[in-house]
Design a protein around this ligand. Structure first.
Ligand code: GLA
Length: 386
């Protein structure tokens, strides 16, 4: 899927492909995380917003146990599978995400038979904006409603996470799935990833004369490539060595004493996770106090920690952050897993053009392809469209 083409004639495409009318269309958004990166698999805190860009799944039940999948952004073919034969590692390409949702719902004991599904998306792929979680979540919600299940949203998110962990084989945390399924319009979602406690925090940069921009560097990130799994394993090893259930249980006042107990290579990982959880705590105090301008410094400090301690930034994301700062932005940081992907930039409304132009120029000078820049407006979580 390119994620860029977007078709609004969902019902007519469905009828043309599957020869029957759909029951409905479900949408699930991509996300950006304001702060709290690489904290979710450490039982820590995150603060994402949903984006207006969504994956839409138009669907109808089938009674013969067949799962037929078509994507507007695919190669024009229909992928046909049997729900009883779905197994981890056996489906390739984009179809493994919707297939994983059906597999995980069934593995959790829910009755989901066959379905015809048409997928359409305007969430950029490989941009660190959670296009895969959005696709899996949209499919899970469509099947949930088609099969009249009544699974609470947080539990549905756990099922979608299991789909990605076990069926697709990506050892991601829970942030993206919760963001896509549980965010609400006009809010950032403060999530405790240990017990999934959620607080919706009003987030309206425009009301304070600010804009949050997404800069998609065009550097494709791929969580399946092993680096993410290594970082996660490093964090888990550090927690074990410290005798803690997870790094979330290490507070800043215990950090110095903990670091001396750890091998050199694990220290920066631990430093990042502990300081990043503190940045989330700070951000959730600033947002309700209307101190959004102060959020900028928190973002930039988060980026420095991801660059220097966690080491998941890259020259392109660093260039966006540095250029934005010089051009007058309030703050900026890479968002998502890293190794490329997108940067969020908090900027005063009158400076949007100048900051965007400076980033584009810096990319040109460095010989990088022009980045895509668009506003991040806090949008609704997954829902039925029609
Ligand atoms: C990816 C994963 C998330 C989270 C982020 C980093 O987006 O899917 O679970 O770990 O990276 O914060």
């Amino acid at each position: 899927m390119t994620g860029l083409a977007f078709s609004f004639d969902l019902g007519s495409t469905f009828a043309a492909v599957f020869g029957t009318d759909p029951t409905g269309t479900w949408a699930a958004p991509g996300r950006v995380n304001l702060i709290g990166e690489h904290t979710d698999y450490n039982d820590g805190f995150v603060l994402p917003i949903a984006l207006p860009q969504t994956v839409r799944v138009t669907a109808r039940r089938r009674t013969d146990g067949r799962l037929r999948l078509f994507s507007t952004q695919g190669d024009g073919g229909v992928v046909e599978l049997s729900v009883t034969e779905l197994a981890p590692g056996q489906v390739a390409g984009w179809a493994r995400y919707p297939a994983s949702a059906v597999w995980a719902l069934r593995a959790a004991g829910h009755h989901v038979g066959g379905a015809d599904l048409h997928v359409d998306s305007d969430v950029p792929t490989g941009a660190g904006l959670s296009s895969s979680a959005a696709l899996t979540a949209a499919t899970a919600l469509a099947c949930h409603d088609l099969y009249e299940l009544s699974i609470p949203r947080a539990e549905l998110a756990r099922i979608v996470q299991r789909a990605e962990n076990e069926f697709v084989g990506v050892p991601c945390g829970i942030m993206d799935q919760i963001a896509s399924l549980c965010c609400t319009e006009g809010h950032a979602l403060h999530l405790d990833t240990r017990d999934l406690t959620q607080h919706q925090i009003p987030f309206d940069p425009a009301a304070q004369g600010l804009r949050l921009l997404v800069v998609d560097t065009g550097v494709k990130h791929d969580l399946g490539d092993g680096a993410y799994a290594e970082l996660r394993a490093g964090c888990e090893r550090a927690a074990t060595l410290l005798g803690l259930p997870a790094l979330r249980d290490l507070r800043p006042d215990g950090l110095a004493a903990a670091l001396v107990l750890l091998p050199d290579e694990l220290r920066p990982l631990v430093r990042h996770v502990v300081s990043e959880n503190e940045r989330v705590r700070l951000a959730v105090k600033l947002l309700p106090a209307g101190r959004l301008e102060a959020l900028g410094a928190v973002l930039t400090a988060g980026h420095a920690s991801l660059r220097d301690d966690f080491r998941v930034s890259c020259p392109e994301t660093d260039l966006v952050v540095d250029t934005a700062a010089v051009a007058g932005a309030r703050g900026a940081r890479m968002t998502g897993g890293g190794f490329g992907g997108s940067v969020i930039v908090l900027v005063d409304e009158p400076d949007v053009e100048q900051v965007s132009a400076a980033i584009a120029e810096a990319f040109g000078r460095a010989g990088y392809a022009e980045p895509r820049i668009f506003p991040a407006l806090p949008a609704a979580g997954a829902h039925r469209l029609c």
